[in-house]
Design a protein around this ligand. Structure first.
Ligand code: AMP
Length: 510
């Protein structure tokens, strides 16, 4: 409790590493496929990175981290924050065109990469340095770093994560130190994390679920084990990895949980050390949740909800009873320091069982989209039910209602945003990419819920093939956004006001 009271007074997440390095210098902080880093080593290297940033005269600026998921990536995040700057994790699998769009929006002060990607990154024409080069510097001068860090306040940015944008350009969501500090207080308290915990990380670092893993470990001295990405192609092997690495907590997207449950392996394996099974990012079906609960009854199961525009999560539900396959699993109630209001079509608070849009208030709400006041003003607005003082809310675009028990039930999206295998995708980003391909006159992407795939309709007189078109699309969008099916039409159906008739196109899928 004492730790938590003190923690709420912190103003920079790097203070976490100050504590854990003091207590557990020799203890492993992060383990990846190539080895481990202790808390002591991480702090020494992070300070070197910070000193370099200070020398470059950058402050409160974005620092991009273009690295494979690794302990070096976590160290770069912390180093960036020590210097009073904020980090932006980039997906090394994203096509260069998408990265260039992000960099054009950001104009970062620095890009941290490794030897393998150095030449590619230097082509972006921005200041670049390798993490290896930074970590081989002599010990940092603490006073230099401290003078930068102490100029920061807790409402300053800690990170920015880019998420799919409907106009074709990804949006950089900026989150404050305060948002992460309050969220991690809640997470550590709710899941009883101590230095003995071991968190098995699944989330890519350019996806905000990783915030839970990284900062719960940095605050408590727990170990973060980065699960090799290739293992996720073999769900049957994942529980073995959890067992062999004594993992105590997993925070995975439902897609992974479903694949593991469907593989049948859960009933054949004992995971005595596993205590918390946490999921977030998309609907978790009860059929697969029940398989997990039956096979591993010793665990606490938690359904977390939150968009990137919040410091990861804003509601939670600890599963306290069995649910029928056809039931909706609640997303629960607001986390500490967060408040949820459900606004109906009249912009009033919806009554119990009345559906409306989930709107979020609290310290975790994003500072806005970096360098994009227009879309920021649309999504982050004055609370319409509070005319008395300035109170920002984030309109999520998610539909929900509060049931008789006071629990929030998620109903789906109000727009063209979809989730495919846990990845957030604006269908507009795919359509914009398709429009860049020669011979495409019109594009409309729809999500086929039954088969869980994106179907791309294109208007063209040419005979396109899916594989060939996807080769073109790969230049603009990441693999997880590629359509699974293609329909070529000479002319799209239109609505009365001359918009592409998405409903008719979707219905044609049967
Ligand atoms: P992202 O920004 O990638 O975290 O995606 C956020 C979106 O994922 C939300 O706006 C919801 O539509 C969906 N989502 C997140 N958590 C849940 C959940 N527990 N159940 C259902 N949908 C969820």
């Amino acid at each position: 409790m004492l730790l938590l009271i003190k923690n709420s007074m912190r103003k920079n997440v790097t203070e976490y590493l100050d504590i854990t390095e003091g207590l557990y210098s020799e203890k492993i902080a992060v383990e990846d496929a190539n080895g481990c880093i202790t808390f002591g080593e991480m702090k020494r290297n992070a300070l070197k990175i910070a000193e370099f940033c200070v020398e470059q005269n950058i402050f409160k600026q974005p620092v991009c981290v273009y690295l494979p998921k690794s302990k070096e990536m976590v160290t770069s995040f912390v180093g960036t924050n020590y210097s009073g700057n904020f980090y932006v994790p980039l997906d090394i699998k994203s096509p260069d065109t998408r990265i260039r769009n992000i960099l054009a929006t950001l104009n970062p002060g620095l890009i941290i990469t490794d030897e393998e990607h150095k030449d590619q990154v230097e082509n972006f024409g921005l200041p670049t340095v390798t993490v290896g080069c930074l970590c081989s510097r002599k010990e940092a001068d603490l006073s230099v770093v401290e003078s930068a860090r102490s100029r920061q306040i807790d409402t300053d940015p800690v990170y920015s994560i880019f998420t799919s944008g409907s106009t074709g350009i990804p949006k950089g969501v900026v989150i404050s130190h305060r948002g992460v500090i309050d969220y991690i207080d809640w997470a550590v308290d709710t899941f009883h994390f101590t230095a003995d915990a071991k968190i098995g990380n699944q989330a890519p670092f350019y996806f905000d679920n990783s915030i839970f893993d990284i900062y719960s470990c940095l605050l408590t001295g727990a170990k973060m084990v980065i699960i090799p990405e290739t293992l996720f192609m073999f769900p049957v092997k994942l529980p073995e990895f959890v067992r062999d690495n004594d993992i105590t907590t997993i925070f995975w997207v439902p897609t992974v949980m479903i694949n593991v449950a469907n593989s049948g392996v859960l009933s054949e394996i004992e995971l005595p050390k596993l205590k918390n099974v946490v999921f977030c990012g998309e609907v978790m079906p009860n059929t697969q949740l029940n398989i997990w609960r039956k096979a591993q009854p010793q665990c606490t199961y938690a359904n977390l909800y939150g968009p990137t525009e919040i410091s990861d999560v804003c509601t939670y539900y600890i599963v306290d009873r069995p649910f029928k396959d056809s039931d909706s699993l609640p997303i629960g109630k607001a986390c500490e320091n967060m408040r949820i209001i459900i606004l109906n079509e009249k912009n009033e608070i919806a009554k119990t069982n009345e559906q409306g849009e989930i709107c979020v208030i609290g310290t975790g709400v994003s500072l806005g989209y970096w360098n994009n006041p227009e879309i920021t003003q649309k999504a982050f607005i004055q609370n319409p039910v509070n005319p008395y003082y300035e109170e920002r809310i984030y309109r999520t675009g998610d539909l929900a209602y509060v049931n008789d028990e006071g629990l929030i039930i998620y109903l789906g999206r109000m727009d063209n945003q979809v989730k495919v295998k846990g990845n957030r995708i604006e269908l507009g980003e795919i359509e914009n990419a398709a429009m860049c391909v020669g011979g495409v006159k019109g594009a409309c992407a729809v999500f086929d819920e039954k088969n869980q795939k994106i179907v791309l309709f294109i208007e063209s007189c040419e005979a396109f093939r899916l594989r060939k078109l996807n080769l073109e699309l790969k230049k603009y969008i990441p693999n997880y956004m590629l359509p699974g099916d293609l329909v070529v039409m000479e002319k799209f159906p239109h609505t009365a006001n001359d918009k592409i008739d998405r409903v008719t196109l979707k219905k044609s899928l049967g």
